[in-house]
Design a protein around this ligand. Structure first.
Ligand code: TXA
Ligand code: MG
Length: 306
């Protein structure tokens, strides 16, 4: 608490990934987030709030769609993009006229927010462009002493970042897929979500290259798998739904869950393990092209090289 009040950085667990938090009303504190992450200036951050009642401190227009989604999904893994309130600075929004807001569904995050009282600006607690952290250990190994405090809440339950929905421009637009699927949102709103278009706001989580391991990552379609793994296995790291063939010499082979929620929970930890296994390339078997795998396929698509 005192750390946030004096402009320091506190990394904290949420149900999605760990966040790197600073007092959202303090421009210098938020600037430190950018420094520590190595994030280019001009990207908006999500402001986390402890209660839906704080929405109007940050947003000047709260459409009925926002109220309905907040009632249904908060606290939870959903970020709403709304027109920003007067006085919300460019340092939070990257100069956009909108602000991203979320009430996270994790007891440690909620305690922190409610005790602090104000909004906490928090991107994922990783270096810019790298894999998001899903344990306190990940945060310490990425950001180490640059963070004033790391609150340890154990592994994140969901493991991939929140769904982001833009409600600032009339029709709701999906900016980033997550655990809460487009079907759940459409059912709550009674209208279908539009997908991102060219005048959607900039979002680093939507850059083509993001969430990337250091080693080159290739995605392989399931029906090409047998052929692709026949080559030399030395030096490769593998994330597949299958077990390794007889005599496989891969540096590391992780047999992934066929259950999407479990897969998502483990995904970033698995990519980190492969990345630091000493392999020189990572092969990932593509998950099915169905709705429950949409967010996972999105992140794998951005983690791949080239
Ligand atoms: O699950 C999550 O959302 C995690 C946890 C810590 O809450 N946070 C997270 O933050 O993933 P970050 O900064 O890594 O990604 C937030 C995404 C970025 O792509 C950012 O551009 C987008 O949200 N975003 C934030 N405010 C926005 C705005 N006003 N308009 C459009 N996109 C926005
Ligand atoms: Mg991030």
């Amino acid at each position: 608490m005192a750390i946030l009040q004096r402009g320091g950085l506190v990394a904290f667990p949420t149900e999605t990934v760990y966040g790197l938090g600073a007092d959202a009303s303090n421009p210098a504190a938020v600037a430190r987030i950018y420094e520590v992450k190595g994030r280019p200036a001009g990207h908006p951050v999500i402001v986390h709030i402890g209660d839906v009642g704080q929405l109007d401190c940050w947003a000047r227009e709260i459409p009925g769609t926002a109220t309905r989604l907040a009632e249904r999904f908060w606290p939870g893994p959903l970020t709403l993009v709304l027109k920003r309130a007067l006085g919300v600075g460019d340092y939070l929004t990257g100069g956009e006229d909108t602000i991203g807001l979320r009430v996270p569904g994790h007891p440690v995050a909620l305690d922190l927010l409610r005790e602090f009282g104000g909004g906490i600006a928090a991107p994922s607690a990783n270096k810019f462009g790298r894999i998001s952290p899903t344990t306190a250990e990940h945060v310490r190994s990425d950001l180490g002493s640059e963070v004033d405090l790391v609150l340890d809440g154990g592994p994140c339950e969901i493991g991939i970042e929140s769904t982001i929905v833009d409600l600032s421009r009339g029709r709701p637009v999906l900016l980033r897929p997550g655990r809460i699927g487009t079907g759940d949102i459409a059912a709550t709103l009674g209208v279908a979500l539009q997908s991102r278009d060219s005048d959607a706001p900039r979002a680093p989580g939507t850059l083509a290259a993001h969430y990337a391991p250091r080693q080159p990552l290739r995605l392989i379609e399931s029906d090409q798998w047998e052929r692709s793994v026949q080559g030399t296995s030395h030096g490769r790291g593998v994330l597949s739904f299958r077990s390794p063939p007889e005599g496989d010499m891969s540096t590391m082979w992780i047999e992934a869950s066929r259950q999407a929620q479990r897969y998502g929970h483990d995904l970033y930890a698995n990519l980190r393990a492969l990345d630091s296994s000493g392999c020189d390339r990572i092969l990932v078997e593509e998950p099915p092209a169905t709705a429950e795998w949409a967010a996972i396929r999105d992140r794998l698509g951005r983690a791949r090289s080239g």
